[in-house]
Design a protein around this ligand. Sequence first.
Ligand code: F6P
Length: 332
Amino acid sequence: MKKLAILTSGGDAPGMNPAIRAVARTAIFYNVEVVGVRYGFKGLIEKDFFEMKRSSVADIIQRGGTALFSARCEEFLSREGREKAYQNMREEGIDSLVVIGGDGSLHGVQKINQESEISAVGIPATIDNDLSCTDYTIGVDTAMNTILDAINKIRDTATSHERTFVIECMGRDSGYLALMTGLAGGAEFILVPEIDFTPQEVTNRIVQGFNKGKLHSLILIAEGVKAPFVDLSGYNGSPGLAMGDLIREKTGMETRVTILGHLQRGGSPTATDRIIASRMGAKAVDMLIEGHRDIMINYKDNSIGSCKIADAIVEAQQIDMDIYNLASILSM
Ligand code: F6P
């Protein structure tokens, strides 16, 4: 490997910066030239390149977001667009690429390996933690802590007013964030797209809780929950708003809805995100130096390794039913 490019793509995630830093500094340590690409795959097509030195990644380890910026790029979905990207990399002498991002970004990595001689490796980074072949994606720990902080604050006001709160969190089609933060935050009910439920079960649980003397009820709902479990018509795609109205209507209880939104994507990365990002970044460079391509760096059974890209994007992670059942028992 002579010249390595780095980019971040798709939705940003806290911990992308420590990952960029680790990739750049490990490569420089091995005397590999490093090129930063701004705005993800769009930057490859538009040749938005710059030389990276050790100092280029100074003072970013503690910052949320991505110092390389990110974008979603329609043009990269076409063969023509991708050919422009390959040509730009060839002109620049780039032989290897590290892509830091989620599912969509990994599809891009797969295409690059299939269609060009450039060796591309993915590092999983998304707050959704929705990839196969890895227990962990960079950003999920910070997002969970952000959500937990919000749950704690909402719990204070919910108790003061003896209210029910519906808290909608991100995750795209995955219920991971809602499940884990629901367990950690002591939610009364956790609603995720992977598990069927009836609105009746939810309202019964709320009423039973108040009858037992609970001072509030917290319902965690993943943004990916949809019909037939919740009727979203008229709610602009928000299952939280729909569930809030339904609870109000069926129980007559004072109910408020909080949609956490993009604040879940920001913030200084936690120690866990920084450590895993640093280790994954270094591993990506090691694997490229060893001649590997078309792989994603992963975290499995407490160690950093790798898997084929095709295996990482094949199907979404399943929800852990043991955790779901545990959360349910503990919140009764
Ligand atoms: O994939 C990360 C994520 O934050 C999802 O949880 C969410 O559905 C989506 O990105 C939001 O995307 P955007 O920032 O483009 O609105």
